[in-house]
Design a binder for this molecule. Structure first.
Ligand SMILES: Cc1ncc(COP(=O)(O)O)c(C=O)c1O
Length: 461
């Protein structure tokens, strides 16, 4: 059966890798222990030498039981489990940390994004220009509004949506832009906001991977209509599940609040008897108190962890620049800090005398360094969920047959730099690696060095 003919039953039963967390988890579990047969530290582990990295990586998420379990316990004992003071406290802290007026928490990042689009004036027939280096959760909200996602290719050196490609996709129907700060690197928000201003467009940032990343000293998620975050377990602020929307627009914030709480008046607290008048068509996507208290605990360390990741990344990038074949992903001109949710590189087979990316990854894994290829070669604009949406009555009503012809849609939206990136990306994660010590970073460089010096032999394995 072809991918876009997938039946509802098989669609619901398949367990494809969607979120980055699961991609990384799969990669980590595939690492097998190598038994060293040589003590010569210059011999790659895949050829029987000792591993470059033996000590293991830090675990994630982190929990300081002594300091934090009593705080969790207090919430549980309070019997106040639904949204209350802890949620508000977390929202205030997240907003203050970003220097924005409002933060609204949600159950997860997917719903933060969807809520953000739901409360903007986007309608069926409108177009939203989206970054394609992502997965389905980024764009669900655009589709809930009946709008048409249009995909603008990425810059293969930064992995971020290319503002020049956005310009090429603007039409009189364009109403919004959806940049995704993928891998935690900042998208070029100054250029994107300039385009948005010129064409009067909404911008919702998918900052689900980009906690505390910065552009010209300003944090991502703060300069558009809405910056949306995920606090899923693998993320730089881990709650298990959780999300947030940042905005400086007070009216929009009140609509979002109402939307996340059954459509009741903004500020209504759960359980208020007077609150059952729904003002807008809504949802219920409130964060719970026990989620918020985990978030508040994690906030205690987030800045220090961010600093460590950035220091490690700068160190790694400088050291790795000596090796052909692995090029660290770059910032666009105004990017200043990444979250380094994933440290990303571009692999070039020629730079390693024809060693394939898969062979390189196997050799790195043998050294004890987890490296992945990132999202599989399955462009978002070809995926069945979009085809399903195109068959709906609402899409048939507002779009021509030609626009909904899925083969033509795929061709129109083809993104060559994205496809190239699927085949050349290297992702180093998860959290434990980038939170390691300087000597852990040296182990990574040493692993690359060993592989570099022994390509011919590794190719025969
Ligand atoms: C880029 C991106 N967008 C959206 C999401 C959705 O966030 P959540 O898993 O919290 O729903 C994620 C998280 O996996 C993500 O990585």
């Amino acid at each position: 059966m072809k991918k876009d003919q997938v039946s509802r039953r098989s669609f619901l039963q398949s367990s494809g890798l969607a979120a980055v967390g699961s991609v990384l988890a799969a990669q980590i579990s595939s690492v097998s222990a190598q038994d060293a047969v040589s003590t010569d530290v210059t011999v790659p582990a895949i050829l029987g030498g000792p591993k470059a990295h033996k000590s293991g990586w830090k675990g994630w998420p982190q929990w300081n039981a002594e300091a934090w379990t009593p705080k969790m316990d207090a919430v549980m004992k309070s019997r106040n489990w639904s949204r209350a003071g802890k949620v508000s406290e977390f929202e205030k802290k997240w907003a203050d940390m970003h220097g924005v007026k409002h933060c609204l928490t949600t159950v997860n990042g997917t719903n933060a994004l969807s809520a953000a689009w739901m409360q903007l004036d986007i309608r069926p027939g409108d177009e939203v220009i989206c970054s394609p280096y992502t997965f389905s959760a980024s764009v669900f909200g655009v589709l809930y509004k009946g709008a048409m996602p249009v995909w603008a290719d990425i810059d293969p050196m930064t992995f971020q949506i290319d503002p020049e490609k956005i310009k090429e996709k603007i039409t009189p129907r364009t109403k919004g832009i959806l940049p995704v700060h993928i891998c935690g690197y900042p998208s070029d928000m100054p250029a994107i906001m300039e385009i948005a201003k010129e064409h009067n467009l909404f911008v919702v940032e998918d900052a689900c991977q980009a906690h505390l990343a910065e552009i010209d000293g300003k944090k991502v998620g703060t300069t558009s209509n809405a910056g949306c975050f995920s606090f899923q377990t693998s993320k730089c602020l881990a709650i298990g599940e959780g999300g947030a929307i940042l905005t400086n627009d007070t009216d929009y914030y009140h609509r979002l609040y109402s939307y996340h709480n059954y459509g009741y008046a903004s500020g209504t607290t759960p359980g208020q008897i007077s609150s059952i008048t729904a003002l807008i068509l809504a949802n219920k996507i409130r964060m719970s108190e026990y989620q918020a208290v985990i978030g508040l605990c994690q906030l205690e360390n987030i800045e220090e962890q961010h600093k460590i990741r950035n220091e490690n990344a700068s160190y790694l990038s400088e050291k790795l620049s000596a090796y052909s074949g692995v090029t660290p992903v770059k910032f666009h001109k105004s990017g200043t800090q990444a979250s380094y949710y994933i440290y990303s590189m571009i692999y070039n087979t020629e730079g390693l005398d024809g060693l394939s990316r898969e062979q390189f990854i196997k050799a790195m894994e043998a050294e004890g360094v987890y490296v992945g290829t990132g999202y599989p070669n399955d462009p978002i604009y070809t995926q069945p969920f979009l085809h399903e949406v195109f068959k709906s009555d609402i899409y048939k009503k507002f779009y021509s047959e030609d626009e909904l012809d899925f083969e033509k849609y795929k061709q129109r939206n083809h993104c060559p730099a994205l496809i190239k990136t699927f085949n050349t990306a290297l992702w180093i994660g998860a959290q434990g690696v980038m939170l390691g010590s300087k000597s852990d970073m040296d182990d990574i460089v040493n692993a690359v060095d060993k592989i570099h010096n022994n390509v011919a032999k590794i190719k025969t394995v």
